[in-house]
Design a protein around this ligand. Structure first.
Ligand code: FES
Ligand code: FE2
Length: 380
């Protein structure tokens, strides 16, 4: 009998109306997205004093800003006068340590959110400046990754945020990495559809021929060697199609498979490093460690049927400094795969609107989707 992870029987998927019903979506925002740690960006995106970054999560709009002294703050991006957005740009740099509302120019201290000045001729006696500060949002910078939590009482626990945390990550000094490229896409699907697609490889050979060539076990529609009930038979097999890992002669997830002389020494020394390590943080992100770079992918719902996906490629400084290093080689490869996935997610979303069945079916290889559903149901 298999000691692997695969499901021993088929399971029902979530009710299909959970992927478009507005009440269900509101409940998920209230009970999940408003309670869990949500990834925003790598610290390098806000490395300069006075730099800011905004992010939307459904109806929430959050503003992260580094003040003049380099300290980070996070606020709801909404003015206390009549509620206008303070910063409409996705990112930028303040001219001074003030956050000035674009509507009637109330100004706030970027270091603490205190209201500095209104624009009225007088401030009436009953007007309390200290009752009109910006509202703070809890945040955490962990290994260079910035997370927020809309629940002010939330406590950070890295093992809970990343249940599949890998020790390799803490050895890499990721806070010193720099962003080489960022890519964004709005996918017309519910956020759960994205995660389900991420969680299985049944679709790999037909949707991702290039990736299945680079990681041969994916071509067998498997993620892990133990996904095959007969895995023990292949335990001493040298072929990556059976033992996992990357195709012989390749080094990293790139168009031609090469890392162009930038393999991270620490990873190279790890005998069990298969060429990629994934770490997942439901509901907002996953990251993947490759031989020469790390890719962070942020998943945030804009509405019940629209999800924004943002990918950041981070590299060691020396890699980015090397003029001969072609970042395009790794970026193009991941974009190709992410676009293939996005298209499948949109087809999936479109199809579930047919009012013909209540649930889908999970097959043995879709154990990770089952885990995701269990996690979600527990939160709701
Ligand atoms: S809404 Fe911001 S100053 Fe009026
Ligand atoms: Fe995929």
């Amino acid at each position: 009998m298999s000691e692997g992870y695969i499901l021993k029987k088929t399971e029902k998927s979530l009710p299909l109306n959970w992927y478009f019903n507005q009440n269900q979506f509101d409940k998920e925002i209230r009970k999940v997205l408003s309670k869990e740690w949500l990834y925003i960006c790598h610290e390098h995106a806000l490395s300069q004093p006075l730099s800011f970054h905004t992010v939307e999560i459904s109806k929430f709009n959050i503003l992260l800003v580094r003040d003049k002294d380099g300290n980070m703050n996070a606020y709801y991006n909404s003015c206390s006068h009549r509620g206008s957005i303070l910063k409409k740009e996705k990112n930028g740099k303040l001219k001074s340590n003030l956050l000035v509302c674009p509507y009637h120019q109330w100004s706030y201290n970027a270091s603490n959110g205190n209201l500095v000045k209104t624009s009225s001729i007088i401030d009436p006696k009953n007007f309390k400046k200290d009752k009109n500060c910006l509202i703070k949002v809890k945040f955490k910078i962990w290994n260079g990754l910035i997370f927020i939590n809309l629940d002010n009482k939330a406590k950070w626990n890295s093992k809970k945020v990343f249940p599949d945390y890998s020790d390799a990550f803490s050895q890499l000094n990721v806070s010193n990495y720099q962003i080489g490229h960022t890519w964004k896409k709005q996918i017309k699907c519910n956020w759960k559809i994205f995660w389900e697609n991420y969680s299985e490889c049944l679709h790999c050979p037909n949707l991702h021929p290039e990736l299945s060539n680079l990681v041969p076990i994916y071509g067998r529609r498997l993620v892990d060697i133990k996904d095959d009930p007969n895995w023990k038979r292949f335990i001493n097999h040298d072929d990556p199609k059976y033992k996992g890992g990357m195709k012989k002669g390749t080094e990293t997830w790139s168009m031609d498979g090469s890392a162009q002389g930038h393999r991270v020494e620490y990873l190279e020394k790890q005998t069990d490093f298969p060429g990629y390590i994934y770490m997942t943080s439901w509901p907002s992100m996953f990251l993947a460690i490759f031989t020469d770079h790390i890719r962070m992918v942020r998943i945030l719902p804009l509405s019940n049927e629209l999800t924004e996906v943002t990918a950041e490629w981070v590299f060691r400084k020396e890699t980015l400094k090397d003029k001969k290093y072609s970042m395009k080689n790794v970026v193009d490869f991941a974009v190709l795969v992410m676009k293939q996935d996005a298209e499948a997610c949109e087809l999936n979303q479109k199809g579930i609107h047919n009012p013909i069945r209540k649930n889908g079916t999970l097959m043995p290889e879709e154990y990770e989707i089952k885990r995701f559903h269990n996690w979600l149901r527990k939160k709701l």
